[in-house]
Design a binder for this molecule. Structure first.
Ligand code: B12
Ligand code: SF4
Length: 491
């Protein structure tokens, strides 16, 4: 079959700091062996590219990736356009967020989306294409249609196969992260064994945790042409031996890259030698999700971590020589003093500090337990940059404080002092025709802007999110929350 896979456009956050390749659909494309597959990534192409593909390629199936809740309206509208242009083609949607709101998305689409595939796509997408000619969708694992459900989604037996079909994404020089421009992405492990209350990474994979073999990880790395690589794992190098095994393979194959990764502070403290080894191999940057500065906040998020370990991790990273970006979650309940306190703390540490806004997402425990009522059901505002819970400060003032905090932090890193340091990097990129990083330096004020963020709450809402439970649930049933129910806990 002729298959077109589409990744929606970038959200606010990605306009500034990074733009990464759509690994999920690259892996699905590779799994669709025997089919003629094309990919359009709307982060780097405009809408006209879809129209061109519909006209010239005439796909018999069009699949949309819906990892981000904020992309729901765009994907629903695109699906409607595709169905109108090619009424007999199969239109399907899959990905992280849509797995938690599948029924609502089908309703919004009013028949334009034939099926939502919950869970991992590598096994279900090929099964769907096999089943489509007979319309036997109820046999496809993870399938949700207007008529009912298929069997539960299946976890991939081995992550080693298929490796992503990176050759199908065009304009690869548009993918970057900070100064790593251009940058590809890679996956070493999938899932997370922790269970933070605000996160759906663990509920999606049923708290399972799987890894590629070191050989497959090195093989995938060898296929990457870009000099920079972002490791997309939620928590990288949970087990030191896995990090060493991949490093051994890369050494054997003499692969040298620059790396960016994300991990937990306790993992960094526990496995410092493996991070130090990766530093020698080209690891320069890392994200650390501190989330809260105090014990109470960490408990509320069930981070299973302490402020002491967080600070120790920053020491370790400095000692190793890594540039660290920290994330802190702003509670909509913050007042002016709290913002001031966070600004002062952030200014006192050399790390890059990033602030996101606490957002209950379907699929997280907070979605079920949060007692405060949502102030909006507009999917587009669920991007951790907008307040969707009641703010203690008037909303515009909350954004003023948020933007002030973000711009103080950005000036620290992207401003004149920092620019002097980054000027050489910037010049090198421009000389090589890479302008993503340089454009990012000047775009900040137009993206992070209190009027813009406040104004975005006033837009008409065409598609409304499902409501959370009327009464907050005290102790949610975990089995009910999982998209993939691992074998050991299946009832
Ligand atoms: C890498 C990543 C990013 C990258 C985006 C890369 C990209 N272009 O897609 C960056 C860094 C830009 C990013 C940004 C954000 N992210 Co992010 N991100 C991730 C992360 C860590 C891994 C995703 C990944 O690449 N996995 C590897 C690939 C192979 O898996 P996958 O994409 O999930 O695809 C599989 C399935 O989802 C499914 N699938 C996917 N697409 C399709 C399509 C079809 C048709 C089918 C059938 C199946 C299918 O099959 C694939 C193969 O099994 C996830 C956490 C996680 N563990 O999933 C969070 C996650 C998806 N991000 C999240 C969030 C909140 C964000 C941000 C809004 C905020 C932030 N500060 O992180 C921003 C904004 C996003 C934007 N669009 O601009 C949340 C999603 C919340 C939500 N419900 O919307 C997650 C779940 C993290 C979390 N812990 O809560 N993110
Ligand atoms: S926030 Fe990080 S550590 Fe916590 S559950 Fe999500 S991925 Fe795991």
């Amino acid at each position: 079959m002729r298959v077109l896979l589409v990744h929606p456009g970038a959200l606010m956050y990605s306009e500034i700091f990074l733009r990464l390749e759509p690994l999920g659909i690259e892996r699905i494309a590779a799994a669709l062996r025997g089919h003629d597959v094309r990919i359009v990534d709307l982060q780097v192409y405009d809408r006209r590219e879809i129209d061109r593909q519909l006209r010239e390629f005439r796909p018999e199936a069009v699949g949309f990736s819906l990892n981000y809740l904020a992309n729901v309206p765009d994907v629903v509208d695109l699906a409607k356009d595709v169905k109108a242009a090619l009424p007999t083609s199969l239109v399907f949607v899959g990905g992280h967020s849509v797995s938690f709101v599948a029924e609502q998305v089908l309703e919004h689409a009013e028949g334009a989306i034939d099926v939502v595939l919950k869970g991992e796509g590598e096994t279900s997408a090929p099964r769907l294409l096999d089943a489509w000619p007979d319309r036997a969708l109820s046999e496809v694992p993870g399938a949700v249609t207007m008529d009912g459900y298929g069997p539960p989604p299946k976890l991939l037996e081995s992550l080693d196969d298929p490796l992503p079909a990176r050759h199908l994404t065009g304009r690869r020089n548009k993918y970057f992260i900070g100064v790593m421009d251009p940058a590809a992405s890679i996956e070493f492990t999938r899932g997370c064994p922790w269970d933070c209350s605000f996160c759906s990474a663990w509920t999606f994979y049923g708290r399972s945790y799987r890894k590629l073999s070191p050989e497959a990880a090195a093989e995938d790395m060898a296929r990457i042409e870009e000099p920079g690589v972002f490791i997309v794992d939620d928590v990288t190098f949970i087990k030191a031996e896995d990090g060493h095994a991949i490093a051994d393979e890369l050494d054997k194959r003499k692969i040298k890259k620059e790396y960016y990764l994300e991990t937990r502070t306790d993992v960094l403290v526990r496995n410092q030698e493996v991070f130090a080894r990766w530093k020698r191999m080209g690891l320069n940057y890392m994200f650390l999700g501190l989330e809260a500065l105090d014990e109470e906040g960490l408990k509320a998020f069930r981070k299973r971590n302490t402020p002491k370990v967080n600070l120790e991790a920053l020491e370790v990273a400095r000692k190793i020589g890594l540039t660290v970006a920290i994330n802190i979650i702003a509670d909509p309940d913050w007042d002016v003093e709290r913002f001031e306190y966070v600004r002062a703390w952030a200014a006192s540490v050399p790390e890059i500090v990033n602030i996101t806004v606490q957002t209950p997402y379907p699929g997280t425990e907070t979605w079920l337990t949060e007692a405060r009522k949502l102030t909006t059901l507009d999917y587009r505002l669920f991007d951790v940059q907008h307040a969707v819970l009641p703010t203690r400060l008037p909303l515009h003032q909350f954004y003023e404080e948020l933007v002030k905090t973000q711009s103080v932090l950005a000036r620290k890193h992207l401003g004149f002092a920092a620019l002097a340091v980054t000027a050489r990097t910037a010049a090198r990129h421009v000389l090589h025709g890479q302008t993503n990083f340089v454009k990012m330096l000047w775009k900040f004020n137009s993206v992070y802007n209190a009027d813009r963020q406040f104004g975005e709450h006033q837009r008409p809402v065409r598609y409304s999110m499902p409501l959370p439970p009327e009464q907050p649930v005290l102790v949610p049933d975990r089995q009910e929350m999982y998209v993939h129910v691992p074998f050991r806990s299946r009832r």
